[in-house]
Design a binder for this molecule. Structure first.
Ligand code: GUE
Length: 303
């Protein structure tokens, strides 16, 4: 009986695509205003090493959207056999380039390259991925930072949906430097009670059932089942998994979406977190630009 009641319920769908489109429109207006007022142009440099097909698609999407908001886009495509020294030299050049306000090195890098050393070479003020240890440390200590794009987008959707997050129980599945750890830091800064979980966590379903906010960033299709989700919870699915079904390829998240009807709201995949990630990359580039030119901060929250 209870199962049937749960199955009959439907969760609100958090439309990340529409949210991202709104953000992009507000940023385009701000960029136009900046150009009119100062003659300056925020610029984003994206570095892609090698021929990975998925990475090429993402980099093209970033380039297109950067242009669409009226910012300058500098894409550097380097051969797979690029040396560490050559990549670091390019970063030094971009760090020094006053037309470049944001730098992103597309990950993963080819195996012969040292990604950590590469990330640490980026000027923290231009580190629009927020991966540099200086930005991670600033986030963790409550200082002005550049915040990783995916968790930033997740937080925007959560605050838009829930308002003040104070006192809510948040469970994050995943402890990567890119999503899980910064997500937990952001939720802690919003006064959530945060449980950060991972592949070695005991009783994961029980912990998830405590969550008012459940953020899933693992990369395993359908990992989170319906009975892991507390009725009324808000679920953010960060997973982007390509699965083959009946000879066709499709993208699916880490949450068994069709079992989550009793959640209050859930982000779909595709159309949830992914589009917000790219919008936040542009938002971080604008933030880096404003800080560089001592312009006041602008809230990007929807009106
Ligand atoms: N230095 C670095 N920074 C990144 O931010 C970064 C990276 N490396 N490497 C790869 C991942 C992946 N990533 C995505 C961005 C947008 C979508 C996105 O917009 N997805 C859409 C469409 C999905 C599709 O159809 O392919 C959606 O979820 O609706 C997905 C994935 C950024 N990444």
């Amino acid at each position: 009986m209870e199962d049937q009641a749960l199955a009959a319920a439907t969760a609100d769908r958090i439309d990340g695509k529409a949210f991202a489109d709104g953000l992009v429109a507000r940023m385009a207006a701000e960029v136009a205003q900046i150009r009119a007022d100062t003659g300056l142009l925020p610029g984003l440099a994206v570095v892609l090493v090698g021929e990975d097909a998925a990475s090429a698609v993402y980099v093209n999407a970033k380039h297109r959207q950067t242009m669409a908001v009226g910012m300058a886009s500098f894409v550097h495509r380097l051969p797979a056999e690029t040396s560490q020294a050559d990549l670091l030299a390019l970063l030094d050049q971009l760090n020094a380039d006053t037309a470049v306000h944001g730098i992103l090195v597309q990950l993963p890098l080819p195996a012969h390259l040292d990604a950590l050393e590469v990330i640490e070479r980026i000027d923290p003020a231009k580190d629009v991925d927020g991966f540099h240890a200086v930005n991670a440390g600033r986030l963790a200590t409550g200082q002005e930072a550049l915040v990783p794009c995916t968790p930033l987008g997740c937080l925007m959707m959560l605050k838009d949906r829930l308002g003040d997050l104070t006192g809510l129980n948040a469970v994050v599945i995943g402890k990567s430097n890119i999503v899980g750890k910064p997500m937990s830091q952001l939720l802690l800064a919003e006064n959530c009670t945060v449980i950060t979980t991972h592949s070695k966590t005991k009783n994961l379903p029980d912990l998830c059932r405590m969550a008012d906010i459940l953020v899933v960033a693992v990369g395993r299709p359908g990992l989170v089942r319906g009975d892991w989700i507390r009725p009324g919870a808000t679920v953010i699915d960060v997973g982007i998994n390509r699965v083959e079904e009946n000879g066709k390829s499709r993208i699916t998240g880490d949450v068994a979406f069709e079992e989550a009807g009793h959640a209050a709201a859930i982000t779909p995949v595709p159309g949830g977190v992914g589009p917000m990630t790219i919008a936040c990359l542009l938002a971080n580039t604008l933030t880096a630009f404003r800080r560089r030119h001592s312009l006041p901060a602008v809230s990007l929250a929807a009106e």
